[in-house]
Ligand binder design. Structure first.
Ligand SMILES: Cc1ncc(COP(=O)(O)O)c(C=O)c1O
Length: 428
């Protein structure tokens, strides 16, 4: 952002401090650009660089390296950050007053917005800090006894597997870990693998909606339909899927879902969401003690004590940004960026692509290995020699670097990455 604009913003923030303004106007250029693309399909817009240039301008990106590691969490747009700063000031000026008199109404308003976006009732949504917290509420809170079984895969996120391991240690529950193919031939192949692991003792399946290691999108709805037919509940780990691939929670028909809003929605760091289907709330134990709320009230999971409400408020700005772009348009662009580099490197020597190619099975995240180079070494060479930031993945079945572009990524950045891979792979 230009200095003059920053200074102007600072002045206006001073003048209106103590009012939680959510409607800063950073996105006019994108709104104007959407008029130019009227009539074009989202797929056509995916490669319209003049439109995406307007979106790229909404971010302040480090000039020191090419960031292709947007999986941990991604930068929020400038408006979100400015709104958060403004909200920090507003809360800081009236701290206990805000907490006692204002926070609950604001929180309810924000929850209604995010619930509406997710296609569910705000009475099924708890705002928490991240997916780890959200899914620990579920995994630790499920009423399972010794011998009851849970099904998961070795490609699920480490913290979720650890949460189930803790439960097994504490209560004697049993975890069944399955293998997943990297390039399945059909959804049914995946559903069958989960189904085979189910026994009369199975109570729950954990499904990672979009696997962080290689970007594989799993058919959650089909797995849920199969599981429900056998009386088994389904947890969707949608940390990477929410606001990345275009879906509403009811499309999945899962019983529980956790996500991190600081990932693909671009909300402020430290904001996550738990969804629990209305009729499952009463039977799920809260992680933190709460005796004040009725047992079937989702707010019993939100008893987290004093926390950074300023981040919650800026969620409205992240949603505004996302909605101006549109879920489907964003999904098409993210997939386009992944395909842009992947299609160019497919035939290079020694290249191993660890991400399924079909559109419905992947989106922004791709994983690539080079035969003869350890993942950590590949990550190191990409950064040291080319200033490209990726992350090494060294899973028993997935060896390579994870490459995650985002909305601010340019095709020029990806061209640099493609040439780097060409040099590295042909030097082997
Ligand atoms: C699949 C998956 N689940 C859960 C998480 C945890 O997210 P957080 O660290 O925001 O809690 C991640 C983080 O990358 C993830 O990839």
């Amino acid at each position: 952002m230009q200095t003059a604009r920053r200074n102007f913003l600072r002045q206006s923030l001073k003048a209106t401090a103590a009012v939680p303004v959510l409607g800063l106007s950073f996105f006019e250029d994108i709104q104007a650009a959407t008029l130019q693309i009227k009539g074009k399909s989202d797929l056509q817009v995916a490669s319209d660089e003049s439109f995406w240039y307007q979106v790229q301008k909404s971010f302040t990106v480090s000039p020191h390296f090419i960031n292709l590691e947007n999986g941990y969490f991604t930068l929020a747009a400038d408006e979100v950050i400015e709104a958060q700063i403004k909200n920090i000031r507003m809360i800081n000026e009236q701290p206990s007053w805000y907490m006692r008199k204002m926070q609950w109404d604001d929180r309810l308003a924000i929850k209604k917005k995010i619930a509406d976006f997710a296609g569910v009732s705000h009475e099924e949504i708890a705002l928490l800090r991240n997916t780890t917290e959200a899914l620990n509420v579920v995994i630790q809170g499920l009423d399972m006894k010794a011998g009851d079984e849970a099904v998961m895969t070795n490609q699920d996120y480490g913290s979720m597997l650890e949460a189930f391991q803790l439960k097994a240690k504490r209560y004697g529950t049993v975890n069944k870990e399955i293998d997943l193919p990297l390039h399945p031939k059909s959804d049914q192949e995946i559903v069958d693998i989960y189904e085979k692991a189910i026994t009369p003792k199975t109570k729950v399946i954990l499904v990672t909606h979009l696997i962080n290691l290689n970007g594989h999108v799993l058919p959650v709805r089909k797995i849920a339909d199969m599981a429900h037919g056998k009386g088994v509940e389904v947890i969707s780990d949608s940390a990477h899927a929410f606001a990345h691939v275009d879906f509403k929670i009811p499309d999945l028909d899962c019983d529980y879902l956790g996500t991190s809003l600081h990932k693909w929605l671009g909300a402020s760091l430290g904001l996550g969401m738990l969804y629990v289907k209305k009729d499952k709330i009463a039977n799920l134990w809260p992680l933190l003690g709460d005796t004040g709320m009725p047992e079937d009230d989702i707010r019993k999971f939100e008893h987290i004590g004093t926390h950074a409400c300023s981040s919650d408020l800026a969620l409205a700005n992240a949603l505004r940004f996302h909605n101006i772009i549109g879920s489907s348009r964003k999904e098409q662009r993210l997939r386009y960026l992944k395909n842009y580099w992947m299609e160019k490197v497919t035939d290079y020597p020694n290249i191993v692509l660890n991400t399924p190619k079909e559109d419905q099975r992947s989106c922004a995240i791709g994983n690539v290995g080079v035969e003869g180079i350890e993942p950590a070494k590949l990550e190191e060479v990409l950064y040291d020699k080319y200033k490209i930031f990726t992350v090494a993945i060294n899973h028993k079945d997935i060896k390579g670097v994870r490459v995650t572009p985002h909305l601010y990524t340019t095709t020029k950045d990806l061209d640099v990455f493609v040439s780097a891979l060409q040099e590295i792979s042909s030097s082997m």
